[in-house]
Design a protein around this ligand. Structure first.
Ligand code: NAD
Ligand code: LMR
Length: 333
């Protein structure tokens, strides 16, 4: 098997550390570069470099052309860099700081790893993915098949919370529930009517469940009480994302995942606009993966009247977040 190089940007952080641990265990990976602006990343790299797996682990900061060395030759780059929320903040409150971080990292990826698959974790995902796309476009290296907003944590939460509601808390792995739209509050649209296996949840139980999936992030922010947001569940979700992508791109599988992608240049992307009745450029949907990354965007499928209502509530906020990210991406280059 050809072993590949992965890079984690923000590797010294709350998500970055456990995500680096899980990434170093992926059998497709021969090298993991851990990049962070904080020098503590060298300690994280030293620690993980003792694992007896296939991966060689190296740490980098900005010094000595660190970003260049971390990214050069990387086939996949995951980005959990930037500030997390504190109680009372929205994800959009992080935009001011995280948008610049994302623009700078996107510029580095364009320069040193232009063919890499990119997984954007940094919030607000609804806007940071457009920042990445606009930066990569301006640098002439944008490939819509390879840029993913990582919304896997919403999928993970949906499986877990549905299993709990139906009284089978140990059965979360058996439930697959699409979550479409974006990754922020009301823009997160769980499609419980398409749950596999199907579930019979309605009325107040359904609205409480949907609200919990939409605001699961807030639940963790509140419980951490100023110490940040979800890190371990995000690392778990990020690892699920990375494993699914690498198994398709390098392992010959054609996995289907949900991700926040740029629709206009992807096969099947236009059909989503007709299905949801709005011309949004970015949307979290099911995508079929292949050797090149996204092979095609899969239809949203039938929504219940309740879910159609959630979609209508989501679209204005999603649209505004996209406009903000695109505007920043275009103006700051
Ligand atoms: P954290 O503060 O613990 O870690 C962030 C790391 O990024 C720090 O080590 C910091 O030094 C580093 N960093 C800052 N600027 C950088 C730069 N320019 N280049 C490289 N590294 C840089 O935060 P965290 O809890 O790990 O969260 C990181 C981000 O992920 C936040 O924006 C958070 O909102 C987001 N997040 C997203 C999801 C999701 O579902 N997509 C889930 C949880 C958290
Ligand atoms: C989450 O969903 O847990 C993340 O987006 C972090 C947050 O700010 O809630």
């Amino acid at each position: 098997m050809t072993l590949i190089k992965a890079a984690i940007c923000g590797a010294g952080g709350g998500i970055g550390q456990p995500l680096s641990l899980l990434t170093a265990q992926n059998p497709h990976i021969g090298e993991v570069s851990l990049f962070d602006v904080a020098p503590s990343v060298f300690g994280v790299a030293a620690d993980l470099s003792h694992l007896d797996g296939t991966a060689v682990v190296k740490g980098y900061t900005k010094d000595n052309d660190g970003l260049k060395h971390a990214l050069s030759g990387a086939q996949i780059v995951i980005i959990p860099a930037g500030v997390p929320r504190k109680p009372g903040m929205t994800r959009d409150d992080l935009f001011k700081i995280n948008a610049s971080i994302c623009r700078d990292l996107a510029t580095g990826i364009a320069d040193y790893a232009p063919d890499a698959i990119i997984g954007v974790v940094s919030n607000p995902v609804n806007s940071t993915v457009p920042v990445f796309v606009e930066t990569l476009k301006a640098k002439g290296v944008f490939n819509p098949r390879k840029v993913f907003g990582v919304t896997t944590l919403d999928i993970v939460r949906a499986s877990k919370f549905v299993a709990e509601v139906v009284g089978k808390p140990n059965d979360a792995p058996q439930y697959t529930i699409p979550v479409i739209g974006g990754h922020s509050g009301k823009t997160i649209i769980p499609v419980i009517s398409q749950s596999k296996p199907s579930v019979d949840i309605s009325g107040e139980t359904l609205s409480t469940l949907v609200n919990r999936i939409q605001f699961g992030g807030d639940e963790v922010v509140k419980a951490k009480d100023g110490a940040g947001s979800a890190t371990l569940s995000m690392a778990y979700a990020g690892s699920k994302f990375l494993n699914a992508v690498l198994d398709s791109v390098y392992g010959g599988k054609s996995n289907v995942i949900q991700s926040y992608v740029y629709l206009p240049e992807l096969p099947g992307g236009d059909a989503i606009k007709s299905e949801i009745g709005k011309d949004v450029a970015y949307f979290s949907v099911s995508v079929q993966l292949g050797k090149q990354g996204v092979e095609k965007v899969l239809p949203v499928g039938p929504l219940s009247d309740y879910e159609k209502g959630l979609l209508q509530e989501a679209l204005p906020e999603l649209d505004a977040s996209i406009v903000k990210g695109v505007g920043f991406g275009k103006s700051s280059l």
